[in-house]
Write a protein that binds this ligand. Structure first.
Ligand SMILES: [Zn+2]
Length: 292
């Protein structure tokens, strides 16, 4: 009898140690951040690969199955993931905690109510805020709150790990800012408006996008205008996310002094982007090299 009780107590004890918060994220960057915060007390999976366009994801039943057994679903929000509600509904998981991480973010490019000329995407403002590393702090707060809701006794553990990570990130931010300081005020062209927050952080100027409007494919007329702009504006870099076609950017580069830079916007977008910090290391090094 006593032995049975002992086994039972031990088993319950083991279960407690092995209790994990099951998290699914939309982006690979959010999966990396959640692992940094949650350590061995989370099990994390994500939906969009780093070399996939996060705006347009084909909804698959397997995504719904993944969400069915999850506790927490983390999203960038601001309608970046227009496809996410369909997966949430399809999962039929009534206890799922779906969290929009944009809550504490100072949002850029929020259109006025009557401004319908902004293109097809981003009517709640520009959602690409995770590429400003200073936004990782408010995002982390939301993630801690979401994880602690499922596992309140681990809140201090999550917080301690976050402090260590953010301290390391602060060191990297200072390093990245120092590398990019000579290039403040310099102009770049980007394919999509993915780099608004990144450019704002570093004092770079996005002179124009290869897309005539967000979500709209390049047109010969707009590309011709860009060639003129790159020429006269002494622009040295055309930044292209890994999931866009490079023909229009390459056409611009051929007619000017600019280089096409394939820069990842998410972990896994290029081989060097193993996690968020190494992704930013890569982007900063590539840009600094192109602008010098
Ligand atoms: Zn976008």
């Amino acid at each position: 009898m006593r032995l049975t009780l002992l086994i039972l107590v031990t088993a319950v004890g083991l279960m407690r140690v092995q209790a994990t918060v099951r998290v699914v994220t939309t982006l690979s960057d959010l999966a990396d951040l959640t692992e940094q915060i949650g350590g061995d007390r989370v099990k994390v999976d994500y939906i969009v690969r780093g070399d996939q366009n996060p705006h347009f994801v084909e909804v698959k039943p397997s995504y719904m199955i993944r969400l069915k057994s999850a506790d927490v679903f983390l999203m960038i929000g601001m309608e970046l993931e227009l496809w996410a509600p369909q997966i949430i509904d399809g999962s039929r998981n009534s206890s799922l905690e779906a969290v929009d991480l944009s809550k504490g973010i100072e949002k850029l490019e929020v259109p006025g109510k009557l401004d319908a000329s902004q293109g097809d995407v981003h009517r709640y403002g520009n959602p690409h805020y995770w590429l400003d590393p200073r936004n990782i702090r408010p995002m982390s707060e939301e993630i801690i709150a979401a994880l602690a809701q499922v596992s309140p006794s681990d809140e201090q553990y999550f917080r301690a790990r976050t402090d260590v990570y953010l301290k390391r990130l602060d060191g990297k931010i200072a390093e990245w800012e120092a590398t990019m300081k000579p290039f403040r005020g310099r102009k770049i062209v980007t394919f999509h408006k993915s780099w608004t927050y990144f450019a704002n952080w570093l004092g770079l100027v996005v002179a124009d996008e290869v897309e005539p409007k967000p979500g709209i494919a390049p047109t010969p007329g707009h590309t011709a205008e860009l060639i003129q702009l790159v020429h006269t504006g002494d622009i040295k870099a055309v930044v292209v996310e890994p999931y866009y076609d490079t023909s229009a950017p390459e056409q611009i580069a051929r007619s000017t002094n600019a280089k096409v830079l394939r820069l990842p916007t998410s972990v896994g977008g290029v081989d060097a982007a193993k996690d968020y910090i190494s992704m930013m290391d890569y982007n900063i090094a590539m840009l600094a090299n192109a602008l010098k």
